[in-house]
Ligand binder design. Structure first.
Ligand code: 6V0
Length: 305
């Protein structure tokens, strides 16, 4: 018997890729984390910087690599491409990042990658569709980070307003990881009890939607939150945890929406998306969700033309 080692490859080692690599490294998420970037010197430098501290880390090895490493990788995470600048929306990144995801997806196919692909680059829903379309992988193994981060932010701000630990606030954001995201107020609860929604609490919706813009104004990019999200998705996969996360997936007949990548609660395990959970929505929420889907559907069709 041979003991199988686990490998996670990160493609794109900028602010998101390095924060993700460091999180996976500290949390010993896999036997090996491999870094790839268009600028290989940068990937080598980032890996070496982390290797220097290896005595204080656990067993995860970290190194720079090539697409050949993807052939036997369990998970590939894509964080490559341009990021938002102040005033830019995620959709504004499409023209540049579509080329990046096409290039990467073709290479993954060429090198025989057959694991689980996680896309974080923006606009994540459209890029996930393109990655699925080109890579030839089944859709349950092409996962967009989607609104996992938006759901965390929603719960964080709600927890602050309500004076409770965000982990005890149950609430989710669905639809686009972007401006048309849908806040599901109808199922908000704290400890299983519904919460009266005042104007002040309602304000959390806008705060959540604007969170990335606020961070980009302040520090120029966002990286730690998404790194923790990507680690949580990897954990759910590698430990077959069946964790429910609002990742972006190719939905079919979900509240009347089909053939588009967007976020809905999904059970994540060793096979990727094990199943999708149908969330009850108010009429208003369903309408907003369908509008978000239509916006993404049109933008995706335009992108793959
Ligand atoms: P960054 O710091 O500019 O890093 C991008 C990296 O990608 C650079 O090191 C580039 O050299 C590299 N790169 C570019 N093209 C290629 C290519 N074809 N192959 C390999 N490497 C390449 O950007 P940052 O890390 O801040 O953001 C990366 C992406 O993540 C952007 O599209 C962001 O919009 C997106 N984010 C997604 C989030 C989410 O919640 N899904 C959150 C934050 C950022």
């Amino acid at each position: 018997m041979t003991i199988r080692l686990t490998r996670i490859v990160i493609i794109g080692v900028g602010s998101v890729g390095t924060a993700t690599a460091y999180t996976l490294y500290l949390r010993e998420r896999a036997s090996e984390v491999v870094l790839i970037d268009a600028d290989m010197q940068k990937a080598e430098g980032e890996a070496l910087d982390m290797q220097h501290g290896s005595i204080y880390c656990g067993g995860t090895k970290i190194r720079a690599g090539t697409y050949e490493d993807c052939a036997t990788a369990d998970i590939v995470i894509v964080t490559a491409g341009v990021a938002q600048r102040p005033g830019q929306s995620r959709i504004d990144l499409l023209v540049k990042n579509i080329q990046v995801i096409q290039d990467i997806s073709f290479k993954l196919k060429q090198y025989g990658f057959n694991g689980i692909l996680i896309v974080a680059s923006n606009p994540v829903d459209i890029l996930s569709y393109v990655a699925w379309y080109i890579s030839g992988l089944p859709s349950e193994r092409v996962i967009g980070s989607g609104t996992v981060l938006d759901s965390l932010r929603f719960r964080y701000y709600l927890g602050r307003e309500l004076g409770v630990d965000p982990g005890s606030v149950h609430a989710q954001v669905l639809g686009e990881h972007g401006d048309t995201q849908v806040h599901i107020w109808s199922s908000l609860n704290v400890g299983g009890v519904q919460v009266p929604i005042s104007e002040r609490i309602r304000g959390v919706e806008d705060h959540t939607r604007r969170a990335a813009y606020e961070l980009i104004e302040h520090k120029g990019y966002t990286n730690y939150g998404i790194a923790l999200v990507l680690d949580a998705i990897c954990e759910a996969i590698l430990q077959d945890k069946h964790t429910v996360l609002t990742v972006s997936t190719k939905v079919a007949e979900y509240h009347g929406v089909s053939d588009v990548y967007l976020s809905v609660p999904c059970v994540i395990g060793v096979r990727g998306i094990e199943r999708v959970i149908e969330v009850p929505m108010s009429d208003m929420e369903e309408r907003v969700f369908q509008e978000s889907a239509k916006h993404l559907y049109n933008a995706t069709r335009e992108a793959i033309r």
